[in-house]
Design a protein around this ligand. Sequence first.
Ligand code: AMP
Ligand code: FE
Ligand code: FE
Ligand code: ZN
Length: 285
Amino acid sequence: MRVDLHCHSTASDGTDTPAELVRNAAAAGLDVVALTDHDTTRGYGEAMAALPAGLTLVTGAELSCRIDGVSLHMLAYLFDPEEPELLAERELVRDDRVPRARGMVARLQELGVPVTWEQVARIAGDGSVGRPHVATALVELGVVASVDDAFTGDWLADGGRAYVEKHETDPFEAIRLVKGAGGVTVFAHPGASKRGRTVPESAIAEMAAAGLDGIEVDHMDHDADTRVRLRGLAADLGLLVTGSSDYHGSRKTVALGEYTTDPEVYGEITRRATGAFPVPGTGGI
Ligand code: AMP
Ligand code: FE
Ligand code: FE
Ligand code: ZN
């Protein structure tokens, strides 16, 4: 059984539509795929409608958080998407992405880059707008060669010349809100140091004490040493260990199912969740 618990669609900064994502997941031989768009559940309906037989959909989201000035991502699974408190926080973060992206466009214009908000808005479509969309605009303009190349101090990396902060949730509040909506939390790529500062282990221990369920260990942004360290930390703290592709379609090089989660851990996540159930595919449209 092959389980990939972290994937993005055009509902945020992936390039597959939700329907394409589930079809591609089935074609990649996955049995379970999670849809975890940044700060939104908007892709759920389309993904469910297109879900091929033999593939199970885990509904989720990747929540933007910040602690002591360090940004982090909290994966949330199988929460009730209608629960009002979590919904309100998700909308706050997602809506703040628009003025924030406009702010990054303004910074880039000050730096002499002829990017416009209209261009970024076209690239983002109706997805929750983020830096990868701005990065794609920079690629279109020939400013950088690839999306990855836009994530440097010169451009869009945390603290970079054109970086603008957005509203991000306190992770303890995120854990509380997700639990309140019947969901399960997994700290996404906690050792992804190339993305900027990472959260210290002491803070992860505090999150574990506050009800964090797991950490994502097998991820392309973690080298072998980091995975060993994080596995040890998870064992010490009694946290579940997941692995996932963090697939973004053509915006990243990673393939669906390139990293996977142990089926037993997946089973434990489904047992803990009360806000929603995994959706078995019936054939799709
Ligand atoms: P945002 O949520 O708008 O701040 O953008 C964060 C997104 O940018 C992440 O979810 C990744 O998709 C992407 N990202 C972050 N850091 C990097 C990086 N160093 N290289 C490539 N993509 C990145
Ligand atoms: Fe992303
Ligand atoms: Fe992430
Ligand atoms: Zn992600």
